[in-house]
Design a protein around this ligand. Structure first.
Ligand SMILES: [Zn+2]
Length: 151
């Protein structure tokens, strides 16, 4: 029933931002970037002298179905991988905002349903009030106390 044009403006805007991101991003990566520094073991290497000179390398840490993994990021891909991780986070944030819009729409439907039920109950109560008045006047349903036994 819901056509795209009948969507709230906020949701349309979020969708078009997400759409744009999906079509323009080079890639997406989910995880956290972890920089590690280590000594290579060569006693003549600069890394052996000072902590600040240790070899650093980048990893993408991930936890999938309870298992954590570290994906080594080759040095020439570091900037790219950082962008992919950022673009995933932007996409996830947009999707989360879209979900908030969805929750809002469910909440509004719930309110409408409650109002419908309330007005239905009000109508029913009004109708009942009328019929109660009628039965008081005479021809109502009084089957239960019929035929009293003569004493
Ligand atoms: Zn070294």
């Amino acid at each position: 029933v819901t056509s795209r044009t009948s969507l709230p403006a906020a949701e349309r805007r979020l969708r078009s931002q997400l759409h744009q991101l999906l079509s323009q991003a080079e890639g997406f990566l989910h995880g956290s970037l972890i920089e590690m520094s280590r000594r290579c073991g060569n006693p003549r290497c600069r890394c052996a002298r000072e902590d600040a000179l240790k070899h650093r390398s980048l990893y993408l840490g991930q936890t999938r179905s309870g298992k954590s993994s570290m994906l080594y990021v080759p040095a020439d891909l570091e900037a790219t991988v950082r962008r992919w991780v950022e673009d995933y986070q932007r996409a996830a944030a947009l999707l989360e905002e879209l979900c908030a819009q969805g929750r809002e729409r469910v909440g509004e439907a719930k309110t409408r349903e409650r109002e419908r039920k309330r007005s239905k109950r009000a109508k029913a109560a009004a109708a009942k009030g009328k019929s109660a008045g009628r039965s008081k006047g005479g021809g109502g349903k009084t089957t239960r106390n019929q035929a009293p036994k003569p004493s």
